[in-house]
Design a protein. Structure first.
Length: 743
């Protein structure tokens, strides 16, 4: 198969240059042709449309560094596909369209960068594929052909019908003219249009059936059906135990007895079937250029290479069970390492570090579906979308939904308390990124809303006002010292808010809500930690607790601080603020990055030795009465004093170059505190924070760094690295897949 892969690369190059396929083609390859290559080429010769699919149209613009592969396990002619595609700022300038190396291709923009260049788009088309032989699709700036968009009349012409039943609760169905009245048009184009449909099930006040329907040119129809059980303020949320079924085109596709708990949602599919097709499933799986995806900044940049035989694959679920646990923790909030916790979870990172292995793709989708098991889906009954923050200044979550550490409303305004079985525990202090990567890869509306629902919970669970946990009404401020939040809770909620702002389309009113909330958080943190005198000089925000209360010094879980530092750095890359907001964020980050960079000092008496940069707790003030309100000034004068107070001895960096620690800070494995600090330090490097490059060089130059770095291949969650520089100690993935066929 290696020879076949090499041959495929050869054929791709010939097609890209417009050289016809012929029997003489392979013999031009250096070293002759093997029997296996000849057999492979014989198969390729049968794909007479490949050169047409892969060649650039005459007169088209120069290619972008943007491409993806599509592969089908079954093969066929004119197979429909859709992928989500992120773009680096400036690659597709404002006013430019996008064309590709398929004549049947459309690119529908959803988000743009501040300069107007394309940020994210949903790409659809049709392609002829041989079974398990990928075709690469390259994109270029250009003017797409003008063809009429597919309409609901075209959808009706397929004679599609669909129904969802929920036992004694009732059933809903769609046929004929029902499809002319979608809840929302999601994508409109000549190659693919999609719509969102919804209908209440029976007379139940909460139970609703939903469809996301994609229609392709040629008549193929794909449907993602789901059921939701819960609104924002409708009385009486409780579980709905029934046999749920889904029927498409008169054929039952799903049937299962499920107890759907309050504020859960469930995609009506199971096993390896992740969506339903009116006709034959084309079985097309995309493979993104993950190096380019990371360079777009929509996800962090990762070190490490996950091999096809990695132990990681034993942990990533490949089949979907409605409301199943999949790869989430048995109890969200349990102490210690878990692959769900990080900037993005393990299954999402695996897609990047494995060069888009199909097993990772399936794991991303399965886990995004499985997030429906959490009782976080509070849909606003007035808009039938996730709530706008601006509409609910005082509303706070009620009880019974499984969400931990809920605050209080100053006006007594709560969502209705739920009864029946409680959904699995959901803690914002440990919650994973939900739906984000699945949306980036697929463009499915369902996944975008999963991220939005998660961001909504971070808002609604907080006290609306008062001295503790004040989200400041509609602003959605997330305090690090709030009893209902904690430092890491604020960090991960900010991460989710940034992701919701990033993927919600610019034209959607919710987009402005999330951007405004992030800017309000920037305003708050700037006012408290930059504009206020006498604040901590080392970039440490107010902790939620002193780990040694009543016993000086004031000890803080510094690894939580690293999560917060990362989240603000991530927001700087992705969320466009006002000029004032950008200035405040830059000032705040210049201060904030000190909390990570300062721990990577050398051997000076006023420095913190980098060899011990990953403790569980760190001294942040010699006084146990430390305050972050501008009235307190008893801080350490320099990092050397902090090192002495934390470690119990003076800086001894000159005694060696190895990283040190034990338990969660063991440098032999980067699944603990030595991994936790990498995202914060990497973003400090990327943003040019003072001393950050030297700090990263000390980390990667440590004599035992390679031992810990090697664990990032199989435990990749914390393998974030700087975009602006590599390191000999980091294992850097290749810039393109090394094997396009044998995978």
């Amino acid at each position: 198969m290696v020879g076949c892969a090499c041959l495929w690369q050869h054929v791709r190059k010939r097609c890209a240059k417009g050289i016809p396929l012929s029997d003489s083609g392979p013999r031009e390859a250096k070293g002759g042709i093997t029997d296996s290559m000849s057999k492979c080429f014989g198969k390729l010769l049968g794909l007479v449309t490949l050169c047409g699919a892969l060649s650039v149209a005459p007169g088209s613009a120069s290619a972008l560094p943007v491409s993806f592969d599509v592969t089908s396990s079954s093969g066929g002619s004119n197979l429909p596909f859709t992928v989500g595609e992120a773009f680096k700022q400036g690659d597709v300038p404002s006013g430019s369209g996008v064309i590709g190396t398929l004549s049947t291709l459309q690119v529908i923009p959803k988000n743009r960068w501040p300069d107007g260049s394309l940020k994210y788009a949903i790409v659809s088309g049709r392609v002829t594929l041989a079974a398990n032989i990928p075709v690469s699709v390259s994109l270029s700036p250009g003017t797409p052909a003008t063809n009429p968009d597919l309409t609901t009349a075209d959808l009706r012409a397929t004679s599609v019908t669909a129904s969802i039943a929920a036992g004694a609760f009732g059933a809903v169905s769609w046929s004929g003219a029902d499809f002319d009245a979608p809840f929302m048009a999601w994508v409109s184009g000549p190659e693919m249009s999609s719509w969102i449909y919804r209908k209440p099930i029976g007379s139940d006040a909460h139970l609703v059936g939903w469809l996301e329907v994609r229609l392709y040119a040629g008549g193929a129809v794909e449907v993602v059906p789901w059921v939701e059980n819960g609104y924002l303020r409708v009385a009486g949320p409780t579980d709905k135990n029934a046999v749920y079924t889904f029927t498409l085109g008169g054929s039952q596709r799903f049937s299962q007895s499920v107890d759907l708990l309050n504020h859960e949602r469930m995609v009506l599919a199971s096993g390896s079937t992740l969506s339903h097709w009116l006709g034959a499933d084309p079985h097309v799986i995309p493979r993104h250029d993950v190096a380019y995806l990371q360079s777009s900044k929509l996800v962090p940049m990762y070190a490490g290479v996950t091999s096809s035989s990695s132990s990681l694959w034993t942990r990533i679920t490949q089949t979907y069970t409605p409301l199943g646990q999949a790869d989430y923790p048995a109890s969200m909030g349990a102490t210690g390492y878990h692959g769900s916790i990080g900037p993005i979870p393990e299954w999402d990172v695996a897609y990047l570090t494995s060069q888009a292995d199909p097993r990772a793709y399936k794991g991303v989708i399965v886990n995004a579906y499985s997030a429906g098991r959490y009782g976080i889906h509070f849909r606003d009954e007035t808009t039938n979308r996730p709530p706008r923050f601006s509409s609910y200044p005082s509303l706070v979550l009620g009880a019974g939904n499984g969400i931990a550490d809920i605050g209080a409303s100053s006006t007594g305004s709560y969502t209705p308390a739920a009864t029946g079985t409680t959904p699995p525990v959901y803690k914002t202090s440990h919650h994973p990124s939900l739906g984000y990567m699945a949306y980036l890869l697929t463009g499915h509306f369902y996944f975008m809303e999963e991220t939005e629902f998660s961001a909504t919970v971070g808002f609604l669970k907080q006290n609306d006002s008062g001295p503790y946990g004040n989200r400041q009404g509609t602003k959605g401020v997330l305090w690090t010292d709030a009893g209902a939040n904690t430092t890491r809770g604020a960090a991960w909620s900010l991460r989710t808010l940034v992701q919701a702002a990033t993927i919600t389309p610019d034209s959607d009113p919710l987009h402005a809500e999330y951007v405004t909330s992030f800017e309000e958080n920037v305003n708050y943190y700037h006012a408290v930690f930059i504009a206020t005198a006498n604040n901590n000089p080392q970039g440490v925000c107010a902790p939620y607790t002193d780990y040694t209360p009543g016993v000086p010094p004031y000890m803080h879980s510094i690894w939580m601080e690293d999560f917060l530092t990362f989240s603000f750095g991530y927001g700087k890359d992705l969320v466009a603020l006002s000029a004032t907001g950008e200035s405040k964020l830059d000032a705040f980050l210049a201060w904030k990055y000190q909390s990570i960079v300062g721990r990577f000092g050398a051997g000076g008496s006023s420095e913190y030795c980098y060899r011990d940069a990953a403790p569980y707790t760190m001294a942040v003030s010699p006084s146990d009465a430390a305050k972050w309100d501008g009235t307190f000034s008893s801080w350490y004068a320099n990092w050397g004093q902090i090192y002495l107070a934390t470690m119990g001895h003076a800086n001894d960096c000159s005694s060696g170059t190895d990283l040190r620690g034990s338990s969660g800070g063991n440098p032999a494995s980067f699944d603990g505190y030595w991994g936790n600090l990498r995202p914060a330090l990497s973003y400090a490097v990327d943003h040019g924070a003072t001393g950050a490059a030297a700090a990263y060089a000390r980390l990667t130059g440590a004599s035992n760094y390679a031992i810990g770095a090697a664990t990032l291949n199989d435990l990749p969650v914390w393998g974030v690295r700087p975009r602006t520089s590599g390191s000999p100690g980091d294992v850097i993935p290749p810039s393109a897949p090394t094997n396009l066929i044998a995978r």
